[in-house]
Write a protein that binds this ligand. Structure first.
Ligand SMILES: [Zn+2]
Length: 113
């Protein structure tokens, strides 16, 4: 017997609380990685509201891409993925109040100084 879902409320998660993240075993708060060859990358989709991993996702990157990983302060060992696209820095947390871009900029300024 099958039923058609007809309830007005949503049982799924809002997309805003899902983020692509990576678990890295390092004390570094910020990591940068450049790929000289096309690269298939395994990251984890995380429910950032409840702090739990949802599923593994593979993403393909072109050669020459630089990825940045910025640690989540509330989830030790978990990193958000940041990347430049058309000179615009994007963060996998997708939050309008993203603090990771600023953390990365400050980190880069500290290296350049
Ligand atoms: Zn962010």
């Amino acid at each position: 017997m099958s039923r058609t879902p007809n309830r007005p409320y949503c049982i799924g998660l809002a997309s805003t609380v899902k983020a692509m993240m990576l678990q890295i075993d390092t004390p570094e708060p910020i990591i940068s990685l450049k790929f000289d060859q096309p690269f298939e990358f395994h990251c984890i989709e995380v429910d950032t509201l409840n702090k739990r991993p949802l599923r593994e996702v593979s993403i393909n990157f072109k050669a020459g891409r630089v990825l940045y990983f910025v640690a989540d302060v509330s989830m030790p060992g978990w990193y958000y993925i940041l990347m430049y696209a058309q000179n615009e820095l994007g963060c996998s947390c997708k939050s309008p109040n993203c603090e990771h871009k600023e953390m990365l900029r400050q980190h880069q300024n500290a290296i350049a100084a």
